[in-house]
Design a protein around this ligand. Structure first.
Ligand SMILES: [Zn+2]
Length: 478
């Protein structure tokens, strides 16, 4: 973690990917050589053989195009620079969706449309946190999504620092009337994020007047991380915000030395009535089974900080570019391949839910999601039957040359969750996740942290997987 990660192009040095830093042409050469090798390796085997020579040629063409055509990368850059962060309910998000619709039309994609979805509308307003005792310091902070605000004059209170929920329970009698700070070190996103989601409820149950968390990240440069949080029925709704790892540790050390700590918190956050948004999509319609669909995508919305470049502008643009390349190359599969920009993943999941409902009449043969950043791709996590797993592994082997051929058991994503619960096989793009949570939900989630070559390989992986599954002679078995 002490490597070149803080530089604007973090993968250019001691990356873990053997192709990182190489010139595109070299990657392309490696990719094509490996495709040929994969073709030979897979020419003989067994009963599971489902891919034809035409499939392999199509895969080669898609990889070749993805690694040489910069359109998708340039659009990602243009989108995040022009519209910035895209929180549900914001003008930024809807302007970005208008632009996507116009640009997908210009690409000549089929059935381009925006399907209406009502989304939550939370606004941050002005906010600040200030250490006032034992010394003065402005604490970089971000209110958590869905939080209530403070009274206009703010809340000033003594702070109780705890390491986890168990310590809060043990010291509950000290929490009344105070601001509770959860200084929970990062273990994994899944484990540590519970202080963000459930912290306000636990603190309020102990009688606290507000709660703070140590930002959910393994690496910090005084950057606070926002994200969604929950309240519970019957428990008082108190303001809930994130401070930095550095300041959480500072306050903890001060408490350990017996200092009295006071913080003043001001937040204007509030929730407005639901606002209209859209799931935006375009496709290459299948020539044989137009109503059988391989859907792939990411979420168009982001938090209201940074640019939402890795979370999840990159996922949206990679899926869209995969479909655009099929169209541009004249590759029309047997079944429909649809790129979707789902709205409101971050604080509601209304887009993913609406999509599954609105498209219940269609048969989805596979759903693919990219929402872990468009870093160096490693493969896909797959959820489906053994028979389907054997086929997607065969396709994955064609991606070994770009390092994206590993298909593991278990995976999916938040936006395709509602489809998967209907029995649709699901897949999540797996990438080198080393740096993702350094920037996740912060003002530093900006395009300079991403790399065009890594993005190009994500496009290639998504394009090959989606196209070949859509073009199988028989539908991917459930
Ligand atoms: Zn996301």
């Amino acid at each position: 973690m002490a490597d070149s990660g803080a530089s604007p192009r973090p993968n250019r040095g001691a990356g873990t990917d053997p192709t990182a830093g190489d010139h595109l042409v070299r990657i392309r050469h490696i990719a094509l050589t490996a495709l040929t090798t994969a073709t030979l390796a897979h020419a003989v085997p067994a009963a599971a053989q489902t891919l034809t020579g035409e499939h392999r040629q199509a895969a080669e063409r898609l990889v070749d195009a993805a690694l040489t055509d910069r359109t998708g990368w340039e659009r990602l850059t243009e989108m995040v620079d022009a519209f910035g962060p895209r929180l549900s309910g914001s003008v930024n998000l809807e302007l970005a969706l208008d632009w996507m619709l116009e640009t997908m039309e210009a690409d000549g994609l089929d059935a381009v449309r925006g399907e209406p979805v009502m989304v939550p509308h939370w606004v941050r307003g002005e906010e600040s946190a200030r250490l006032v005792m034992p010394r003065e310091r402005d604490l970089p902070m971000l209110g958590l999504g869905g939080s209530v605000g403070t009274p206009p004059g703010g809340i000033r209170a003594e702070v109780l620092v705890v390491s986890d929920f168990a310590e809060l329970e043990a010291r509950a009698d000290e929490a009344r009337g105070r601001i509770v700070l959860f200084d929970a070190p990062f273990v994994s996103y899944g484990l540590t994020v519970q202080y963000r989601t459930r912290g306000a409820v636990a603190a309020a149950e102990a009688g606290a007047v507000a709660s703070l968390i140590r930002s959910v990240t393994p690496h910090s440069q005084q950057t606070p991380h926002t994200g969604v949080m929950d309240y519970a029925e019957g428990v008082e709704r108190i303001p809930h915000a994130a401070i930095t790892v550095e300041d959480a540790e500072l306050l903890h050390r001060l408490q350990d030395r017996g200092e009295r700590i006071e913080v003043e918190l001001r937040m204007e956050a509030k929730t407005l009535p639901d606002a209209p948004s859209r799931n935006v999509m375009g496709q290459v319609t299948g020539w044989e089974h137009p109503d059988e669909v391989v859907v792939l995508g990411g979420h168009s919305d982001s938090w209201d900080v940074g640019q939402g470049a890795m979370d999840d502008g990159g996922g949206v643009l990679a899926a869209w570019e995969a479909v655009r390349l099929m169209k541009a190359l004249g590759l029309r599969p047997r079944r429909t391949v649809r790129a979707v920009a789902w709205t409101n993943e971050e604080n509601g999941l209304r887009g993913g839910e609406a999509y599954a409902e609105d498209h219940a009449e269609e048969t989805h043969v596979l759903a693919i999601e990219s929402d872990g950043g468009v870093f160096s791709p490693e493969g896909f996590g797959f959820m489906g039957s053994d028979a389907a797993y054997a086929i997607v592994r065969e396709i994955g082997a064609l991606l070994d040359g770009i390092g994206a051929g590993e298909i593991t058991r278990g995976g999916g994503g938040a936006d395709i969750g509602p489809l998967m619960r209907q029995g649709v096989p699901g897949m999540g793009l797996q990438v080198d996740s080393t740096r993702y949570f350094w920037f996740h939900h912060t003002d530093a989630d900006t395009i300079d942290k991403l790399d065009p070559d890594e993005f190009a390989r994500c496009v290639a992986a998504m394009a090959v997987m989606a196209y070949l599954v859509a073009d199988l002679a028989e539908p991917l078995p459930r």
